[in-house]
Every structure is written in structure tokens, then in C-alpha cells.
Design a binder for this molecule. Structure first.
Ligand SMILES: [Zn+2]
Length: 640
């Protein structure tokens, strides 16, 4: 999932198990130099965000059969779970659910004859949902759960026709990361467990279903769409969308799905995806998922992108007509290696997904658009990191979190992304690019289609770099990256010449030595605009801001990234003339990372908070439940 300018994030926690195994200096294991077989500390038996007991009874395959009912905002049908008895004494299969209505459960030893099974649905926990415990005889190979979802299911968003681009048909999309798959499928909802899946989706006539899986072009005679994801994936990557969706090919392995009115613009914007794939493959090995398509969602999609395998879900806010924001796609594509191929085993290891992905994205940006572009992105990332650190509890500032937190959605943070990136960039600087590229590729090859912990990464790092090439980096330094709330003093902070130029021009303008019309802003990249606005000195006056707005039409900017930075700045400096523009913005954009800073600034004064509450009341219906929760949390808080 993309965070900076792109999306939201999870609070990442550290179960006690890592406290003991993270000190990896003493870890001894056998591994070949080519890293084709990788050992290391074992995966934990369970993790704090799931009720599952995979070390005893493990789900090894999922087969969905669901009917999509827009009238009642309901998915109904069944899921078949293939199970493996890892502990012959285990008789209860533990599944995660949230707000699911379970009708009945059956088990089968051969997939043909089914017997009713006893089950209990536990009490609902606000974050985890309810545990579904199913009596599972030793000879049971499959478990079938008949169920339906509720309209408020946290992983589903049901859009009325008016909330779509086409305005004629309803739309449904899922967002399963981090722990929302359980709100539409009863399963072992933990990244510790990977499994292939198939699905049969019956959708209303005239609508198309798409999934993070290989799909057939047309529904069968029974009107159902069928899908297969043959590679084992974690539950948070199971994804479905249903709506008036059309397709256009953009390359041999790439294409876009979008509402018909968006299709042409989307195909133009993302025409170069195949090229980016080739660059990624040259650095990090073959793309192992077959096709790579994009699904452009309606504006209420709360994130920038979600890396659902084979089918990245994308916010429409990056379709600008000038291909300037395609590095979002580079981020999601990079997850085809970091995250989807090698997955954080628990949400405590989230930096393994996002820190690696941020590093890979910067490398691919550099290869595709040059180092000036990549450096601007790196500096903006470091700026985001600073902001996130200011807002984070001390215990949440390290890469590995010291305190368990309840809800993985609750806290916004760039820390796993950008601190992770700085850590990997530092390693690269210590060992040199060629050596480090070999190391990263070896990590992906050696852990392909596996889930991995930070402890396993550290074991690999010790073996492959620290001990093999002594004198360049130490375990103590790595400890500091992982566990210290402070950024290590030896971290290398990125620099951008393009931003240095903006600094100088802005200084001259603020000091009255350069006329506003003489700012070379017409040549600025989006990143330079963002930097110009986000790092504006507090001495800027309202008159100066209003002059900027008159000159550059910032309140009417068609670029939603620039719009967010502008509104945040103007509101923070008490320029009330932008409030109506903020209202329009908050009613048309649903991407959390863009609307959150605007709400945050408004909520810092009593008047502003009252205004924000009024705006939110009107905008709310267009937001995803995850975004609604975040905005409510912000508005409920006292001004800081
Ligand atoms: Zn991401």
C-alpha cells in the first residue's frame, strides 16, 4: 500500500517473541552463498492480530462462492477451506471473522460427502472481531462455512451510482489490508498463512467482477465470474471489485480496468507500466505473477494504491493527464517483490513490506526518470518521516515497535516506509550498489512466496553482508536502526539540488527581492511545488499567500497533491479565504493521505473544527469506512 502522498498505514507492533530472537548476532544456521535455501529463526506460531492457530490446523486453500447483492449491500454464499492437520491432537479450527453472520458449517474428508460441524462464534472484539471455532475431526480435509456479510462490513465499500464516475451503476470494492479480509471471508486472517484461492462470483447482469487473481474474460453459462490465484498469498491480498468496469490493454502483460468514462485517460496515464516492469525485473528478478493490471477506482478509495497481486487498485487522484504521478504505480508494482512475493509475517514486520518497497521505488524512479527526480522523492520522504516521528509515540518511532497496539489501522505513519528506506539506503552506501543489489535479489529469491520476520531478515543480513564482508556495518548499528526511537546519527539524509534552487527563489520572493510573477514555477515539477508549499517559513503573510493563489490558481488546482499541500498551508496560516475551496476539495477527494492533513489543520482552532464538522457531515457518504474512522478520530480530538 502506498503511503506518502498515497495512503495510510498501520501501527506496527512487536510481539514479545521478537524481543528474544531479534538479537541475531548469535544466530547460527546453514545457508548457501547463493541464498537459494534460506533458514533462520522459525516463524512465530501465532500473532496478536489473529485468532488463528495455524501451527495446529492450517488453511492451505480457499474457494469462495459468493453472490453480490447491491440491494441489501450483502455478499452471501460459502467458503471452502482446505485444511492441513499439523498437530494430530488438534480438533478445533480457529478462524477470524468480523461482523459475519454464520449460517452453518460442514466438514468433509473427501470433498464429496459433507457432515454438519459444531461451531462457536466468540464475543466480538472491537479490533479483532469474533473468533470462529469449528469442531474439526482428524479425517476432515475441508471445512465449508455458509455465511453472509453485513452492510457495514469494514472491508467492503458499497457505492451508490451517484458515487461513481458513470453515475448509472452501483460499485463494490474490497480493502482487506490489514485485517479486514475477515469482514467478508471467515479465514485465517494473518500474513503468517499463505494459500492459493479460487472464486466464483455471481454479480448482477451488466456488471463486471474483477479480482486479484487470474480471470476469465466472460462469465460462464450460469452468469458467474470465475477466478484462480494459483500462487500462495496472504489473506490481506484477496481482493474483489464489481461495477461498470471496462478493460483496455496497454502492453504485453499490462492493462487498465476502469469505468468506461475513465478508461481512455487511465490507459494514457499508465501506458508505460510495461517499461517499469522491465526495469524492475532487471534489478530484482522475474515478475512471477503473470499479468500486471491496474484497476482505477472511484474517488472514495481511501488509499493511493493497494498492491493486490495481478491487479493493483489505484486512486483516480493520480490521473492528471501528464503522467507526473506514475511513481505511485512504481510503488505498487515494487510490491510484486517486497510484500507480495516476500511478505511481512506479522504486522510488526511491516517495514519489510513498505521499507523495501520505498527503497525499490526510489531505485526504479532513478532508473526511469533520473537521479534528480528520485532525489526529490527521497527528500519528500524524509520530510514525511520527520512529521510522522513528531506525531508518533516514542515506542512507535523505531522500525520494530516496542509496544503492542490494538488496531493496525489506527495510526498514520511514514516510519516503516521512510525509516526502512533510509536503513536500506545506508546499507547500500556501506556495501556498494552492486553488492547490495545482489543481496536484495537474494532475499527475494530465497524467500519467494514465503512470509518472513525481521529476525529472519537479520539472520540473512548477518550471513550475507555483515560477517562475509567485515568492517563495513555492525550488528550494533543495525540494532540502532531497528530499536532506537532516534534516527541513527550516521543515517545518510537525502539531498536535492532542485529543492535547493526552490529554497533560494522562495527566499528572494519572501524578502521582496523577486516579483511573484518571476518565480519560475511554470517549470516546477509536482515535487517542487509540494516542497515549496510544505516547507514554507512561518513568517509568510496572509497577503503573500493570497497573492500566490491569485498568481497560480492554487485553490482551483487540478492536481490533488498540490491542492492538499496548498490548503494545509493556507489554513495553518489562518487564511480563511480558502475555506470554501477546502470544502469543495474535501467533498471530491476520498484519499486519506490527502484529506487528513486538511482536516487536521482545520481542527486546530474551535472555529475551524466546527467548520470541518459541517463539511464532514456533507462529505462523509463519499468516504470509505476506514477514512470515516480516521476523520472522526481527528475531529474528536482536542486541538493540539
Ligand atoms: Zn506500499
Amino acid at each position: 500500500m502506498s503511503r506518502r502522498r498515497f495512503s495510510a498505514v498501520f501501527r506496527v507492533l512487536s510481539p514479545a517473541v521478537f524481543a528474544t530472537c531479534a538479537a541475531s548476532g548469535a544466530v547460527v544456521f546453514s545457508m548457501t552463498a547463493t541464498a537459494t535455501s534460506v533458514a533462520g529463526p522459525p516463524l512465530p506460531a501465532s500473532e496478536p492480530h489473529s485468532y488463528a492457530n495455524p501451527q495446529m490446523l492450517r488453511v492451505t486453500g480457499v474457494a469462495l462462492d459468493l453472490k453480490v447483492d447491491f440491494t441489501h449491500k450483502r455478499l452471501s454464499g460459502s467458503v471452502d477451506l482446505q485444511i492441513e492437520h499439523r498437530d494430530p491432537a488438534a480438533r478445533e479450527l480457529m478462524l477470524d471473522t468480523r461482523d459475519l453472520q454464520i449460517a452453518r458449517v460442514e466438514t468433509s474428508s473427501d470433498g464429496k460427502a459433507w457432515k454438519p460441524a459444531a461451531f462457536t462464534l466468540g464475543e466480538r472484539d472491537r479490533v479483532l472481531g469474533a473468533r470462529l471455532a469449528i469442531q474439526t475431526p482428524l479425517d476432515a480435509q475441508r471445512v465449508r462455512v455458509h455465511y453472509q456479510t453485513v452492510p457495514e462490513a469494514s472491508g467492503l465499500q458499497w457505492l451508490a451510482p451517484v458515487q461513481t464516475a458513470g453515475k448509472k451503476q452501483p460499485y463494490l470494492f474490497t480493502q482487506s489490508q490489514a485485517i479486514h479480509a475477515r469482514s467478508w471471508i471467515p479465514l485465517q486472517d494473518t500474513p503468517l498463512v499463505r494459500m492459493p484461492y479460487t472464486a466464483r462470483i455471481t454479480a448482477p447482469k451488466g456488471l463486471r467482477a474483477v479480482m486479484s487473481a487470474e480471470m476469465q474474460d466472460r462469465p460462464g453459462a450460469d452468469g458467474a465470474w470465475t477466478f484462480s490465484m494459483p500462487q500462495p498469498i496472504p489473506s490481506y491480498l484477496i481482493a474483489l471489485a464489481v461495477g461498470d468496469i471496462a478493460f483496455r490493454s496497454t502492453g504485453e502483460r499490462t492493462g487498465v480496468y476502469a469505468e468506461p468514462s475513465m478508461l481512455e485517460r487511465a490507459a494514457y496515464e499508465f501506458a508505460e507500466t510495461e517499461k517499469t516492469m522491465a526495469l524492475a525485473e532487471a534489478l530484482y528478478g522475474p515478475y512471477r505473477w503473470g499479468r500486471y493490471d491496474l484497476l482505477i477506482l472511484p474517488p472514495s478509495f481511501p488509499y493511493g494504491g493497494m498492491e493486490n497481486p495481478r491487479l493493483t487498485f489505484v486512486t483516480p487522484s493520480v490521473i492528471t493527464g501528464d503522467r507526473k504521478l506514475v511513481s505511485l504505480i512504481t510503488h505498487e508494482l515494487s510490491h510484486s517483490w517486497s510484500g507480495n512475493l516476500v511478505t511481512n509475517a506479522t504486522w510488526s514486520d511491516f517495514w519489510l513490506n513498505e521499507g523495501f518497497t520505498t527503497y525499490l521505488t526510489n531505485r526504479l524512479n532513478e532508473a526511469q526518470f533520473g537521479s534528480e527526480f528520485a532525489n526529490m522523492e527521497r527528500v519528500l520522504g524524509a520530510q514525511d518521516l520527520r512529521k510522522s516521528v513528531e506525531q508518533a509515540e516514542i515506542a512507535d518511532r523505531s522500525l520494530l515497535r516496542a509496544t503492542p497496539a490494538a488496531d493496525p489501522d489506527e495510526v498514520f505513519s511514514s516510519i516503516p516506509y521512510e525509516r526502512g528506506n533510509l536503513f536500506l539506503s545506508w546499507l547500500e552506501s556501506r556495501y556498494g550498489r552492486a553488492e547490495f543489489d545482489r543481496f536484495v535479489r537474494g532475499w527475494f529469491d530465497g524467500h519467494a512466496f514465503q512470509s518472513a520476520t525481521t529476525a529472519q531478515f537479520r539472520a540473512y543480513l548477518s550471513e550475507q553482508l555483515i560477517r562475509r564482508l567485515p568492517g563495513k556495518a555492525s550488528e550494533a548499528q543495525v540494532d540502532e536502526w531497528m530499536n532506537s526511537p532516534e534516527l541513527p546519527a550516521f543515517a545518510l539524509m537525502p539531498q536535492s539540488d532542485a529543492f535547493t534552487a526552490v529554497d533560494a527563489q522562495r527566499r528572494q520572493w519572501l524578502d521582496g527581492k523577486l516579483a511573484i510573477g518571476a518565480l519560475p514555477a511554470a517549470d516546477w515539477a509536482v515535487q517542487q511545488w509540494q516542497y515549496f508549499l510544505d516547507t514554507m517559513p512561518a513568517t509568510v503573510t496572509v497577503a503573500q499567500l493570497q497573492a500566490l493563489d491569485r498568481q497560480f490558481g492554487l485553490s482551483r488546482s487540478g492536481n490533488q497533491i498540490i491542492g492538499s499541500s496548498w490548503l494545509r498551508l493556507a489554513i495553518a496560516r489562518n487564511d480563511r479565504s480558502v475555506w470554501p475551496a477546502a470544502e469543495r476539495y474535501l467533498q471530491s477527494v476520498g484519499r486519506m493521505h490527502l484529506i487528513e492533513p486538511v482536516y487536521r489543520e482545520l481542527s486546530k482552532t474551535d472555529d475551524g473544527r466546527r467548520y470541518a464538522e459541517q463539511v464532514y457531515a456533507k462529505a462523509r457518504a463519499g468516504y470509505h469506512p476506514i477514512a470515516q474512522q480516521e476523520v472522526q478520530r481527528l475531529l474528536g480530538k482536542k486541538a493540539s
